[in-house]
Design a protein around this ligand. Sequence first.
Ligand SMILES: CC(C)(COP(=O)(O)OP(=O)(O)OC[C@H]1O[C@@H](n2cnc3c(N)ncnc32)[C@H](O)[C@@H]1OP(=O)(O)O)[C@@H](O)C(=O)NCCC(=O)NCCS
Length: 189
Amino acid sequence: MFYENDAGVRFANARGFTEVRAEQESAIDPRLVSDEPPDGFDIRRVADVDPHLVHAVDEAATRDIPATEQIDAIPYDEWVAHVLEHPLFTADGSFVAIADGVGAAVSLLLVDRETGRALNMFTGTLAAYRGRGFGGAVKLASIRWAAANGITSMATTNDETNAPMLAINRRLGYRPLGRRVEYLRSDLP
Ligand SMILES: CC(C)(COP(=O)(O)OP(=O)(O)OC[C@H]1O[C@@H](n2cnc3c(N)ncnc32)[C@H](O)[C@@H]1OP(=O)(O)O)[C@@H](O)C(=O)NCCC(=O)NCCS
């Protein structure tokens, strides 16, 4: 995977690699987002809930991200190492929406406080709760936290075919930047 650029594309093509999918990178200055949190959602900081709730929704929704390789399972201990123990992960700025006693949606945030930059690590909603505003609500919670905590730029990358996620980003005000492309050589073992 690489940020699309002429030299990179030439390098990959010359070695028999071709584009198989692409992500749109986009970014927002969270301080410019004036949306108020929507009513009717029970949204809590990841820092305040049982992490198993967060893992369950993350694991289920991650399987539905458009990808070239299928994700079968994310064991809890591997998830803890990958997410909670990530050096830039913030449990204060990451949010989960609770519904019917389960984590219905989650938005996870990586933060580099020194530079004031953040990255949306993952946003996902359980399939049964999609299309009801959960995904937008948890992502907005992270944006509002970032604005209040010195973050001036928040970036996200999303598959170009991920219409619901791109719709949320557009509505929140993310500006498209470049393409992050994935190239593959199918003749390699
Ligand atoms: C992307 C995802 C988080 C959206 O969650 P959600 O709870 O359904 O989101 P919301 O209900 O808040 O919003 C969905 C938006 O997509 C729009 N939408 C849904 N299907 C769409 C489609 N086929 N084409 C265009 N827009 C679409 C809705 O109109 C809504 O737009 P709005 O915010 O302007 O109202 C959810 O589909 C998911 O978990 N997908 C799998 C994981 C994933 O791909 N995560 C993102 C990668 S990091």
